[in-house]
Design a protein around this ligand. Structure first.
Ligand SMILES: Nc1ncnc2c1ncn2[C@@H]1O[C@H](COP(=O)(O)OP(=O)(O)OP(=O)(O)O)[C@@H](O)[C@H]1O
Ligand SMILES: [Mg+2]
Length: 244
């Protein structure tokens, strides 16, 4: 099994959206995909992928994994929470333990590729994932505007320090297609691709801001999105993952 972690320098840039989109793209390629929602206090993957609550222990004594309507396996703290409006008020060590338990005690037996939705930034929890779970590779999500600043170099430095290969970057909310004239509007500035290439990094995908996707995600139906970019992202990631 290959494991790829989706991270970002800051919150709200679309890590969970990209993690879900990548999982959808990989699953459409026919791969058995699992998502580990490592964001304990801000778990969102089951919600976005429409996974019903209620984890169970299976015959191997492992936690049985939740499933999306199209069969993506999901493990998340939120599957254990009967109500979504209850806050988890835990300190770092407890959160780190929870992440490790979700990873170690779940039955990933049939999973070919695991996508890990990381907690924001480089908190304790994020470091737990990178150091204890030690994924095969990382993908960094950013908006174009942030990519051209220090985010790219900082991510490369982090990856080098922890010794996990950085597959490349995803520009999220890169553009918006005008519904009337089809013109592409670059809301957060031009692509940082050139700058990335100069720094020896790769842009894996540019994802548009799609009006309606937040609503689709909120309704737990992101799998129904018509989004060839998810497939292209999945191809780029899968190809590079097989090399690490
Ligand atoms: N390309 C996109 N098109 C449309 N909506 C998007 C896109 N990317 C993200 N969103 C929406 O923006 C919101 C924030 O995205 P998301 O939750 O994935 O960010 P995040 O980086 O995981 O945040 P956090 O740091 O809180 O975990 C969500 O409602 C998501 O559905
Ligand atoms: Mg998130």
């Amino acid at each position: 099994m290959k494991r790829v972690a989706i991270m970002s320098g800051k919150g709200g840039v679309g890590k969970s959206y990209v993690a879900a989109g990548l999982a959808i793209g990989l699953s459409r390629r026919g791969l058995a995909v699992g998502v580990l929602d490592a964001d304990i206090t801000g778990a969102s993957i089951p919600h976005v992928l429409g996974v019903p609550k209620g984890p169970r222990v299976n015959e191997n004594g492992k936690m049985a994994i939740g499933r999306s309507p199209h069969g993506i396996a999901v493990v998340s703290m939120s599957l254990f929470m009967p109500e979504d409006d209850k806050a988890i008020v835990w300190r770092g060590p407890l959160i780190s333990n929870a992440i490790q338990q979700l990873h170690n005690d779940s039955d990933w037996e049939d999973t070919e590729v695991m996508v890990i939705d990381m907690p924001p930034g480089t908190s304790d929890a994020a470091l737990t994932v990178l150091q204890s779970i030690a994924p095969d590779a990382i993908v960094v999500v950013s908006t174009p505007q942030d990519l051209v600043t220090t985010v790219a170099r900082k991510s490369q430095d982090l990856a080098a320090q922890i010794g996990v290969p950085l597959l490349g970057f995803v520009e999220n909310m890169a553009y918006l297609e005008c519904p009337h004239c089809g013109e592409s509007i670059e809301l957060f500035g031009a692509s940082g691709e050139q700058k990335l290439l100069e720094g020896g990094a790769e842009l894996l995908a540019r994802l548009p801001l799609v009006t309606g996707h937040a609503a689709l995600a909120d309704a737990g139906r992101l799998e129904e999105a018509v989004m060839p970019e998810f497939d292209r992202l999945a191809s780029a990631v899968w190809e590079k993952l097989s090399e690490v």
